[in-house]
Design a protein around this ligand. Structure first.
Ligand code: MF3
Ligand code: CO
Length: 248
């Protein structure tokens, strides 16, 4: 069942999302060569707690950290570590904010120092693909229209779209129906309705879309060792178009 949110509920999720966006802004300010993803994780936990919120990912199905920190060939669900970030790394920080029971989910890829031209192209295309997907999130369209638009753009740029992880409905729990694949066919899937809240979170790879999961049972990385990036927003479907809840 897909839950339809009231305006009040969407407003509360927007408050959570604004806090999440401000946290990403702070990360953008502090990220540099030598910082560890463990330090970023601790920073996020403190920042949220200072603002009356909690990191929903911590303890979710046994996930041990406040954030996911996925470096270079890691696609998603990377564990924060004590390895200092190096010049040329790209790192995706993904977090879910719980503010008074309302959730918001957003991931952002960051560059560390000077990154390669391929990495720059990857970040630009992945971010653009998120907004291309968001533009399709209008009443009357179907879930498949979102994935179709993202895949078409990403593949035209020479990259691939991860299949094993999708966007999702979100509300009082982190993963609700429907699933939102970032690939697919036009006109297929659930019709989008006013009051649905979903995430769109394309993971884009330089090489193959195929991934493998580490022995920790969580971290997904590219099978070919090439780079992967991700940008994610939480958005509400309204009759006036999508409202991005994870922006300030
Ligand atoms: N933010 C992630 C998502 O988009 C949540 C990952 S699940 C966790 O679905 F357990 F790692 F937190
Ligand atoms: Co998500």
């Amino acid at each position: 069942m897909i839950s339809i949110k009231s305006q009040k509920q969407i407003q509360l999720m927007h408050e959570a999302g604004k806090l999440l966006a401000s946290c990403h802004k702070e990360i953008a300010k502090i990220i540099r060569v030598g910082l560890t993803t463990r330090e970023i994780d601790l920073f996020v936990e403190k920042y949220l707690s200072k603002h009356g919120a909690t990191p929903e990912q911590k303890g979710y199905r046994g996930y041990p950290y406040a954030t996911c920190a996925s470096v270079n060939d890691e696609i998603c669900h990377g564990f924060p570590t004590d390895r200092p970030l190096m010049d040329g790394d790209i790192v995706t920080i993904d977090m879910v904010v719980n503010l008074k029971g309302a959730l918001a989910d957003s991931a952002w890829s960051y560059s560390v120092g000077n990154i390669s031209n391929t990495a720059k192209h990857l970040l630009a295309v992945t971010k653009e693909s998120l907004y291309i997907g968001i533009n399709q999130a209008v009443v009357g369209n179907r879930i498949g229209d979102i994935g179709y638009a993202i895949q078409k753009y990403v593949e035209a740029e020479g990259f691939s779209v991860v299949r094993d992880f999708t966007g999702h409905g979100i509300g009082r729990s982190l993963h609700e129906e429907p699933q939102v694949p970032h690939y697919g066919r036009q006109g297929r899937g659930t019709r989008l309705q006013e009051g649905m809240v979903i995430t769109i979170e394309p993971m884009v790879n330089v090489g193959t879309w195929r991934c493998k999961v580490d022995a920790n049972g969580w971290t997904a990385r590219t099978v070919d060792g090439k780079l992967s990036a991700q940008y994610e927003h939480t958005l509400a479907i309204t009759k006036d178009g999508p409202i991005i809840l994870t922006e300030q």
